[in-house]
Design a protein around this ligand. Structure first.
Ligand SMILES: [Zn+2]
Length: 171
């Protein structure tokens, strides 16, 4: 009973904002912001076709929050959107994190930065011939993207990105 009570206390309420994943549609001017949001585990569609009415259609089809720097968009009767104020991705990230109540680290590195798909775990044995030998000999945990089929492992660039995400935490 005691154990059960303790473990219950650490389970997050589903209504808690910090670990939630928001669905976004980022306009084509916001590629760097889109990648950083994906690094945080957020569900972001982004592409050259996503501007103006194309962006509005895509957002409406999947009930996504639009991120845009296009001041003219609001005249086109878009669904919910967030006007991104800054030109710089760090400021953009801060604005989105704050506006949507996101936690930068809780869901970090669960998604392919290129494809936006959730990464799937792979056993070490199954990647032996797919990663460089020095990686295989030093890393234990692997995942892969079912779309681009790239294999991922925790690497130093993740550490740098984590430092950067930590630096964004909002007071
Ligand atoms: Zn991928």
């Amino acid at each position: 009973m005691q154990r059960a009570a303790n473990s219950m206390s650490v389970i997050k309420s589903p209504t808690e904002n910090s670990g939630r994943v928001q669905k976004f549609a980022a306009d084509r001017m916001l590629g760097k912001l889109a990648k950083w949001l994906r690094a945080m585990g957020q569900d972001v569609i982004y592409g050259q076709h996503l501007s103006g009415y194309g962006l509005i259609r895509a957002a409406r089809a999947e009930n996504r929050l639009i991120l845009t720097r296009d001041r003219g968009l609001k005249k086109k009767q878009p669904p919910d959107f967030l006007f991104v104020e800054s030109n710089h991705y760090r400021e953009q990230l801060r604005q989105v994190i704050k506006a949507c109540g996101l936690n930068p680290l809780v869901n970090a590195f669960q998604r392919c930065l290129e494809c936006n798909l959730i990464l799937q775990p792979r056993s070490k044995a199954s990647v032996e011939n797919m990663v460089p030998p020095y990686v295989f000999s030093t890393q234990e945990n692997y995942s892969w993207c079912p779309k681009c089929q790239r294999i991922f492992w925790p690497a130093t660039h993740h550490e740098r990105m984590i430092e950067e995400l930590k630096g964004l935490e909002i007071d």
